[in-house]
Structure formats: C-alpha cells, structure tokens
Ligand binder design. Sequence first.
Ligand code: HEM
Length: 516
Amino acid sequence: MFVTVLLVSIIVIIYLIYVKQCYSFFKRLGIDGPSPTYFLGNVADFALTKRISVSIHNWSKQFGRIYGYFEGHTPVIVISEPDLLERIFIKTFSNFHSRRQFPLEDRSTTKGVHLFSATGNEWRRQRNIINPTFSPLKMKRMIPIINDCISNLMVKLETCMQTEPLGFDITKLYKCLTMDLIWRCCFGIKTDMQNNPNNPYLLRSQEVFARENSTYVTTLLGIFIPELQPCWLVIHHWINKLKSTLRQLLPMGEKYIDEDPSEWLKENVSHFIKTASENSDECNLLQLMLDATEKKINSIDENTGKHSLTLNEVKQNIYLFMIAGYETASTALSYVTHVLATHPEEQKKLQEHIDSYLPEDTVFTYDILNKMEYLDWFIRETLRMYPVSPIIINRQCSEEIHLPGLGSIPSGTKLTLDMYSLHYDNDLWGPVDTKTFYPERFAVKRHPLAWVAFGAGPRNCVGMKFALAEIKLALVQLLRNYTVHPSSLANKDLELVELVTIAPKQLTIRLERRHQ
Ligand code: HEM
C-alpha cells in the first residue's frame, strides 16, 4: 500500500513539474489555452467520443486563432490564422519539414521508414522518387484502369438496388473499390476485391482503422509519458508476439485472438514485390520504387540526379499506400454520396453538368475530366464541409525560428492546424454562409491556406490528383446511371467515427435508375 502511494505521488509530482514547464512555454509565447486540468478532464471525453478534432475546434472558438494545449505534458500550438499557416507550411517549410511522431511509431527502426514518417533529407529523397507516379502522363494512362474498376462497382450497385430496394450501405462497396484501385494503379496487380470482400489484405487494412484495445492503451501511455516511448514499443511488440503465439497454440485462437493488422500487412508485402518483378514492363508506383532500390542505383545521386531507396523502405511504402490510399478515398466518396442524397437540387445540377460534357458515346479522357469545373468544385466543397483527416496535418519545428505574431519557436515545437475553423470561416469563404453547401464558392480565388483537405505546401498529400480522379470518375459513372436518394432505413445525421480519419460508420442510400 505504502509503495503504491509513494509511486503515485512520484508520478504526480513529476507530472506537475512537466506541466509547469509547459505552462511557462506558452506564457513565454504569450498564448492562451485550456489548462492542463481541463485537458486531463477531457481525456475521458476523448476516450468516449473519439473526436479530438471536435475538442480542438471547440477550444479554437474559445481561445481564438492561436492557442496551445497539452497532450499529456507535451505542448501543442494550434493555429487557424491563414497567413501564419502559410508561413509555416510554405514559406519557411525548411524549418517545418517533418510531422510529429505517432505515439507507437518506431522511427529508429532498421526496418526502414515510409514517406509519411520520414524526416528531412530522408523525406526529400523518398518524395522525389514517388512524386512522378502521379504525373499528368501517368494519370492519363490510369484512366481506363480506374474506369474498369468503377464498372465493376456499377454491377454491384445494380445488384444491391434490386436486392435491397429500400436502401443499402454503400461504404463497404467503396472500400473494396478504392482497394482495387490502389492495387491496380499503384502496384500493377489485378485484383477483384469487389467480388472478394474477404481478401485478407482488405480485411487487415480495415482493421488498421478500427480501434483495438491493447493498441489504444499503449497509444495513450505513449501520449502521456513519451519519455518512456521505447518501453511502450517493447510492450506493444511483446503483446503482439504473445497474441500471435496464442493464436497458433490455442484451438480457437484464430477466432478469438486478434493479431496486429499493421504487422501482418508489413510482413506480407513481399507478395507485391514478387508480382511486380514478374511485370517489370509496367510503370507504376511500385516499379518506380523498385527501379530506385539500391540494387539498381548505387545510391550516389550527384551525377545522375537519381535517388535510391532501400528494399525495406519500399516495403514500408507499399504498406503506407495501401492504408493511406484506401480509407481516405473511400471515406471521401461516402461523404460526396451523402451530400448527393441530401441535396437533390445540387445533385440535379451536377447530373446536368456531367451530361453536358459527356453526351452518349463520348470517349472519356483525362483532359475532359480536367475541364469539368463544377464537378471539381462539388468534391472540394464536400471535403470543405466534411474533412477526412484533419489531425494528421501537423508539423514539428526542426530549427529555432522567429515567427511574426508568435515569437521565437524552439526546435521540437509541435504545431497543428484546426481544419474546421479554417473551412468554416465566413471571412475566408463568404459571402454565402459556410454552413451552406455551395460549390460555386470555389469559383472565387481564396487564401492558399483556406482549404486544406489534402494538407498544404511541399509536404501535402502526394496522392491528391489520384484521389480526385478516382472520386470524379466514380461520380461520373454513378450519376450518368442513377439518382441517389436518402433511405428511410437510415438516420438523417451521419454517425462519425474518428481515429486517423473521420469516417461515417455507414451510409445507407437508395438508388433510382435514370434511364431504363
Ligand atoms: C480524399 C482522399 C485523401 C485525403 C483527404 C488525403 C489527405 C491527406 C492529408 C491531409 C495528408 C497530410 C498532408 C500534410 O501534412 O500537409 C496526406 C498525406 C499523404 N497522403 Fe493523402 N489523402 C487522400 C488520398 C490519398 C491517396 C489516394 C494516397 C495514395 C495513393 C495518399 C497518400 C498520401 C501520402 C503518401 C501522404 C504523405 C505525404 C508526405 O508526407 O510527403 N493519400 N493525405
């Protein structure tokens, strides 16, 4: 008993010392924010609501466009002042090239680091190799592949419409579609997840975005006591090992004990490399990465301007693209479909827009797609109102810098933005109220940091063009054939779940065929 009290007292004292340091950090910068006790009180709230972005937005309303809060005892500055954000994300990018580390992320690993977590020159090298994957020429070549996968979706929709006329959940179909698209366009592997929803890669990828208890606890520990991060990593590793052994040993193990989906995916990416080596004439992301491996380039880039990747980095990036490309794009598609179902006038307008660009028998090209302005605005407006992944947009200062309005920012400082405040700011988006769905607001040039659905600056989303193309093409085929209606089986409001992304739990809609 005495030992427990002593231990708890020591932990509380250390914590208070840390909190005092954080307080003086914010005081020095002259910025306000919720008190540490306020944050601690809200841990329970986060655990229950799982909506950190909502708490951040509420604090922005209370404390203004620049304030600080504590994650455990780590100070984080939240900014929704667009000029200051432009300075951080674009003008002084060289001081803010890195993201903050996820609590259970092992950057010191010999297994290599992927693009999302890479820092400094390591990031620059990887990004230079990966960027050409989505060049206009490569995008043009992807259009028939994307359309082919979407045609499979249309077949599925037709079946659902007939078997479930009152309404069906479309999110599952979108997830299978975007996974097919990533595999085919980025890895050159022909899959049919839409007809095989039990594919182990698809199931494991879905699990990565589900909250799993042991990971959740170690993640919270990582946030509150980051100094012990190596310990949390070891614990996390051993919990996974134990689970994996028990799964094999116990008779019903496979049924009742989960394995870590991320680890499973990372261990099974060799399959991709083998298939890619067999199709080496293709020119996709995986081939670009394999061509850049140390085996093929002697890692010296001064003369050739070429850069190299290690095989472990290739594996890490296969995992990253599988995860990053599938959940985000399918979630965006769900939001657009929700808007169609709830805004019949805007849906009709979009259908007329698509019909005008694509009369019957028109051969669809990337150039036509790029000319369809209203379609583009429609998607951007949806992502303005329904952000997919606000909390991943953050930066860590790598070198002390003076920022106007903020003062001297020490190296290591973590900064994040509040996407909701930016996207719903009437000064940035007026005169039509930001709560109104109004795609035409994109016809006016806005502040470069007003819309940050895909992040901002040199480190924005590398898959943005690909994501927009797949969403546009899916919408074109969907609205040429059907009108989307809300289903009487569904609640009016979307039930959202937030982890790395904010996604609707499900989206039940009804379809009506446009032409017999
Ligand atoms: C609607 C769909 C998508 C949304 C909303 C989205 C959003 C984002 C955001 C907000 C970031 C962080 C940017 C920043 O920190 O400034 C990001 C980064 C990234 N995204 Fe996406 N994304 C989407 C689709 C995709 C797709 C389809 C891919 C892959 C094909 C992809 C791959 C990545 C990668 C690799 C990064 C890290 C880039 C880097 O650090 O250099 N994303 N994404």
